[in-house]
Design a protein around this ligand. Structure first.
Ligand code: AHG
Ligand code: MN
Ligand code: MN
Length: 338
């Protein structure tokens, strides 16, 4: 059987666009190469003294792990050297990094990245990932400015993730469906393994940190109870699965059918997840696979971004399931207001 590598696939796809310049192709390839390098470090995390917290807090007030720093540096330097990116915003940096000048002077893309997602799982050998999002700059020349980064998710040109799991995969979309590539370590190539991924319209998996139950909005509490009720027709009670790495929870639910929820809580009134680095890219992928991504009230990709590290509640996955929980949220909101 002929194996299609990620590199071949990207080039074949771009050939359908007569005006394509190859810049996006090179940018996606740069991300894939940096991902392979991070993958190598993730795989030997148990072997070398790279484990453990670095002792610094990132600007979100969370402890940084060494691999977070490593992955952040790796993606920044790969994209700087690649020359296709005018600026990059990372979950790990307070401000965006400007890349203008030198090889990047005429670059037209900006990148948003969560270099290492699920970093609390590094020390315990559980799946982690990288999430990225690519936009066209909206300013015309010179260094990138904040408005280049504060675009709505609906403006994304491409988005994807790399999951460092039992195998390593890169999954991405450029707005023409979602395709997944598994790294074959023996040849060092991502190979097309999951063409045209579609999220089942409904599923039996719900993923939420139920430890926070007492702090959830009432609509979410009601939905959880609904998931746990017995009903033969709808295959309930559903199965609860929560890894604590958004990428891994999302990936499983996309393949099997399910919903991932991180609502607003008393502790995180705006939710915990970041709109630009986590929610928008996964929302683009979810929609391209036939799923839905919402903040409980509206489409994630329609949310106005006001700041780089903006947070939002997230309800993402199979369309029937996301619509169901939105129904509970709306029903309860009405009850409160009447
Ligand atoms: P990150 O490691 O990039 O900070 O992201 C962690 C996120 C996400 O991956 C995960 O789903 C969620 O935080 C887990 O949060 P809780 O521990 O509060 O459930
Ligand atoms: Mn994350
Ligand atoms: Mn992270």
């Amino acid at each position: 059987m002929k194996v299609t590598t990620l590199g071949e696939f990207i080039i074949e796809r771009q050939a359908d666009f007569p005006y394509a310049t190859g810049e996006l192709t090179r940018l996606l390839s740069d991300i894939a190469i940096a991902g392979k390098i991070v993958n190598r470090e993730v795989n030997k995390a148990g072997l070398v003294d790279i484990l453990g917290a670095q002792g610094e807090e990132n600007i979100q007030g969370e402890q940084q792990q060494k691999l977070d720093v490593y992955a952040n540096n790796q993606f920044i330097s790969a994209l700087k050297a690649g020359g296709e990116v005018i600026g990059l915003a990372s979950e790990e940096n307070e401000d965006y990094v400007n890349m203008d000048g030198g090889v990047s002077s005429n670059a037209k893309y900006v990148v948003m990245i969560d270099p290492l997602d699920g970093s609390s799982n590094i020390d315990v050998n559980v799946s982690i990932g990288t999430i990225f999002s690519i936009y066209r700059r909206i300013t015309f020349s010179g260094p990138a400015t904040l408005e280049d980064f504060l675009q709505k998710g609906s403006e994304q040109v491409a988005a994807g993730y790399i999951i460092y799991g039992s195998s390593t995969m890169m999954v991405y979309t450029t707005g023409f469906g979602v395709n997944g590539f598994t790294l074959d370590p023996s040849i060092g190539e991502f190979c097309l393994s999951h063409p045209s991924i579609k999220i089942p319209q409904t599923g039996i998996i719900y993923s939420i940190n139920e430890g926070n139950y007492v702090h959830f909005p009432d609509g979410v509490k009601k939905y959880i109870k609904y998931c746990q009720e017995e009903d033969i027709n709808s295959d309930r009670p559903y199965t609860s699965r929560y890894i604590g790495s958004l990428v891994a929870d999302f990936h499983r639910n996309m393949l099997k059918g399910g919903i991932y929820i991180y609502p607003e809580t008393a502790k995180s009134p705006k939710g915990k997840l970041r709109l630009l680095y986590e929610c928008n890219p996964l929302a683009f992928i979810a929609e391209q696979a036939g799923g839905v991504a919402s903040n409980g009230y509206k489409r994630i990709m329609d949310i106005e971004a006001k700041e780089l590290h903006q947070r939002t509640p997230l309800y993402i996955g199979s369309s029937d399931m996301v619509e169901k929980v939105e129904g509970f949220i709306a029903m309860y909101a009405e009850k409160v207001s009447t």
